[in-house]
Design a protein around this ligand. Structure first.
Ligand SMILES: [Ca+2]
Ligand SMILES: [Ca+2]
Length: 186
């Protein structure tokens, strides 16, 4: 029965796209507190969304228990450094080239502290992106907005207004990358 449960949980873990297993975390770290995400970009509301996603993913993946700092073994500090929209591809227009695809890139400084030893497990800058076009909805823009290999109607989570959806994608990917970073530190 144990083997069966292990096999099932391995399948579930791999399906979620996280690289490492909980067993690889340092043994003395059981909990994490997530400091309020600092936003140094002019993008409104981005820090709240990032904080919520990270907290939800940590809880749903059962990586570490999320607690207040006074009882936590570790602390996560995230600072959004920039949110930038840049042209990614152009199409030839009549008189000048037009942007066909934009990429919104989120850059964040991420530090995970070991509060029991007062030192950082890691301190790094992580970037993520989401793509959008000039159409009304990302479900019909012929762009793989989240880079998962599925485009438009083939991708069941590819819909919504362009820039907003691309930013959501970038926030989700950033959160996933941060969790992967935590679980692959050891
Ligand atoms: Ca896609
Ligand atoms: Ca699309």
């Amino acid at each position: 029965m144990k083997k069966f449960i292990l096999a099932i949980s391995l399948v579930l873990l791999y399906n979620c796209g996280f690289y490492s297993l909980k067993g690889s975390l340092p043994a003395h770290i059981k909990s994490i507190s997530i400091s309020p995400v600092v936003n140094e970009s002019p993008e409104f509301g981005v820090s709240e969304n990032v904080g919520e996603q990270i907290s939800e993913m940590l809880i749903s993946e059962n990586v570490l228990s999320v607690t207040n700092e006074d009882v936590a073994d570790s602390r996560l500090n995230v600072t959004i450094k920039s949110v930038l929209d840049k042209p990614y591809t152009y199409s030839a227009g009549d008189t000048y080239e037009q942007v066909e695809e934009w990429r919104i890139t989120l850059k964040a400084k991420v530090v995970w502290y070991d509060l029991t030893k007062d030192e950082a497990f890691f301190d790094k800058t992580i970037s993520s992106w989401g793509a959008y076009g000039t159409g009304a909805d990302i479900s019909t823009d012929n762009i793989d907005n989240d880079g998962d290999g599925l485009v438009d109607s083939d991708d069941d989570d590819e819909f919504g207004s362009p820039r907003e959806s691309a930013l959501e994608v970038a926030i989700r990917k950033l959160s996933e990358d941060i969790i992967n970073e935590i679980t692959s530190t050891w």
